[in-house]
Structures are given as C-alpha cells and as structure tokens.
Design a binder for this molecule. Structure first.
Ligand code: AOF
Ligand code: ZN
Length: 380
C-alpha cells in the first residue's frame, strides 16, 4: 500500500523539507534554498539542504545521509521543495541521482524556474518510472525563492522597497526641521528587528547619497546569523559626496560599493578606494545614474535580492521606472504633518500606491502596522 502524498503525513514531510530549506537563508544564494526529505516505511531516512559553499544539492545530501546510516534507499519517497535538476552545473543532475538510487516516488512542491531545468527534471523522473506528484505546499516553497525565480528568468535582482512611514503617509520630517546626521525613527524596536531580518535575507542593500548625508546609516545586517557572503551595501552617489567619516566608510570591509558617474573626480575615487570602498562608474540618464545599469551591474555580481532602503527621490525613481518587485511599508502611529517628505517623489500617497499591490498581507509589530505586497510576481 502506498501512502498518498496529499495526506496529512505527506504534507508533514514536505513541511519538514520546507523548514530545512528555510534554514539555509543567506547560505544558498546565488542558488535557490532547497530542502529534501527521504522517507521509507513512514520514517525519515535522510535529510538534506543545499549550501552553496558545499556544492551538493539537497537531494544528494539526503541520499548520502541515508547511505551513511547504512539504509537502502530503494523504494523510498523523496520530498523535495524544488524540482530535482536535470542539467550539469557545478554538480550533476539530481534527477539522475534519484533514478540511480531507485527511489519509487518523488513529491515536488514546485517546478524549478531555471529555464535549464523547468519541467525537465520531473520529465526525467517520470520517464524512468518514478511516480511524481507536483504542487504540494507550492506557495510556501515558492515564497522561499522569490529572488531566485526572478533573477534566473530576468537576469536582474528582485527589488524590495522597504520604507517606514508616519500614519499620515510621510517618510521623514522636512530637512530644515531635522538634526543632520541623525536618523529620525518612526517605527519601534519590533519593526526595526524585522528590518534586520529583511536585510539578512537580502544579498544587497541600496540607498542614495541623500540618505547617507541625512541619516549617516550603517546599513549592516546585525542579526548575528551566518551568511555566506557579506551583505553588499550599495550607494548611488553621482558626485561622490560620501563623507570619509561616514559610518558606511568607517565600517567598510569588502562590502561597500559606490556607484558614481563616469565624470566623477579621480581624486575622490582614489580617496574612497583607499578608505575601503569599491567605486564603479555607471552611465547617466537625465543627470541621474541609470537604474537599469545599476541593476545589471549588481546582477553581474550575482546579487539576486536587493533591498531598497532609500529616500523619496530614489523610491520615486525606482517606482516610476517600474523596477520595484515587492514593497514593504511600515506605518507608525506618529503624525508628521503635510510639510514632510513624501514616501516617493511623484507618488501622492502611499495609501493610493498600496492599491496597485498584489497578494497584500497585513501584520503588526507592536504599534506599527506592516503592509507587504507584490508589484510583479517573481514566479512564472
Ligand atoms: C536541485 N536541488 O538543492 C538545488 C537545485 O550550478 P549547480 O549545479 O549548483 O546548479 C544550480 C541550479 O540547480 C540552480 O540554478 C537551480 O536551477 C538548481 N538548484 N536543484 O535539484 C537543489 N539547489
Ligand atoms: Zn540538483
């Protein structure tokens, strides 16, 4: 008798595979987060995840674990959060390894959006007589790999705009009413901890020179959770005004990238490089750095996910150019008043903007509300 994969037990094994995949946050990129659970006789006989540093895919790790325990995997069921691959990349095809291992069934949460695989891994398994069930817990499995899915199809990072707003929809007090070099906090500690988590799940974070001068932010991932590569901190600074004594420069450690105009002064470039920043020229468009060129340069560095933590100007530019894929808006209970800075230049109200989001969720962090939603669905 075979247990049906869509029974509660089947779902529980897939839940376990998803939980395993979730643990690889910041350790799998630029590959997807994947988990695999091998089950025989109703028992888990092997488990695996993919860590980019270790090369082996999740299925291979799980097969090795079962074999190391001296267990024969013949006839087992593999629960995998992503379709087993069919191609030769840094490793051989997992579909072939599962066929060679003579498993009986595969339960797959979602197809691989990688055009080199998409459907072919499943086809390979089926052609070898392995029974494949597709789509168990598809949405939570996909949620783990939004950035991967977007990147592998569009060759551009998945951009998440994050902002903290007043209850009346403003980003910050007007500059003339503020103390320079000091951030103005709207949201509380719980929301700020969530922002740290958002930084942790991102490959890079980007802001503009305006925010650097106004807030002197560090833009670091302070979760103390392991990451395979440092969070790349990116500044758009057309005229190289980043102060040498800014927090960003003082904490630079092979993780600070300044994009500037081709016309930037070579002395300034030299000084910033000496201070530990990497400086790269980007073509201009209407006196601004071309954002599509910025995203292309980041893609070349294998940046799959980009967190935009910027001011009105860049928020507006990214949104107007339709380059934001997901938005996360925190609303505090504080009121700022109509003289304050807008959430995004050219966009009258964040509440109106929210109407254009899909798959919105509402949560709260103490007294702060959090609205998330997609502008583009990263999955095909
Ligand atoms: C799987 N299981 O655990 C992962 C998969 O260069 P490679 O060989 O590491 O291949 C990377 C591609 O393999 C990646 O783009 C995605 O399509 C797939 N990832 N596949 O069967 C895994 N991580
Ligand atoms: Zn694979």
């Amino acid at each position: 008798m075979t247990t049906l994969p869509n029974t509660e037990k089947g779902e529980a094994f897939m839940q376990r595979a998803i939980a395993l995949a979730r643990e690889t946050v910041a350790l799998a990129s630029p590959n997807p987060q994947v988990g695999c659970v091998l089950v025989k006789g109703g028992e888990i006989i092997g488990e695996g995840t993919h860590l980019y540093a270790n090369r082996d895919h999740a299925e291979i790790v799980a097969l090795k674990q079962a074999r190391e325990r001296g267990i024969d995997v013949t006839g087992a069921t593999a629960y995998v959060t992503l379709e087993p691959c069919s191609h030769h990349g840094r490793t051989g095809p997992c579909a072939d390894a599962l066929v060679a291992a003579r498993i009986a069934r595969a339960v797959v949460a979602t197809e691989d959006p990688n055009p080199q695989v998409s459907g072919q891994g499943i086809a390979k398994l089926r052609a070898s007589g392995i029974e494949v069930t597709l789509g168990i817990l598809q949405q939570p499995a996909r949620d783990l790999n939004d950035a991967f899915a977007h990147f592998i199809q569009n060759h551009r990072p998945f951009v998440t705009l994050k902002t903290a707003l007043s209850v009346d929809g403003y980003l910050a007090p007007a500059p003339q009413t503020r103390t320079p070099n000091q951030p103005h906090w709207l949201t509380g500690p719980a929301a700020r901890a969530e922002v740290q988590r958002l930084r942790h799940v991102s490959d890079a974070i980007l802001t503009g020179i305006g925010t650097v001068l106004a807030d002197d932010p560090a833009l670091t991932d302070r979760t103390n959770q392991p990451r395979r590569r440092p969070l790349l901190r990116v500044i758009l600074d057309t005229h190289l005004r980043t102060p040498l004594n800014s927090q960003l420069i003082r904490t630079a450690n092979h993780d600070l990238l300044i994009f500037t105009a081709a016309t930037a002064s070579s002395e300034k470039i030299e000084a910033l490089r000496k201070a530990g920043a990497e400086v790269e020229a980007i073509p201009e468009e209407d006196t601004q750095l071309r954002l599509t060129a910025v995203l292309k340069a980041l893609a070349e560095r294998q940046i799959l996910s980009l967190l935009l933590e910027a001011g009105s100007h860049l928020n507006g530019a990214f949104l107007r150019q339709n380059l934001v894929d997901k938005a996360i808006l925190f609303y505090s209970e504080t009121e700022l008043g109509s003289q304050s800075l807008p959430f995004a230049e050219g966009i009258a109200s964040p509440y109106l903007f929210q109407q254009s989001l899909h798959r919105t969720t509402r949560t709260s962090f103490d007294t702060d509300a959090c609205i998330t939603g997609y502008l583009h669905d990263p999955w095909p």
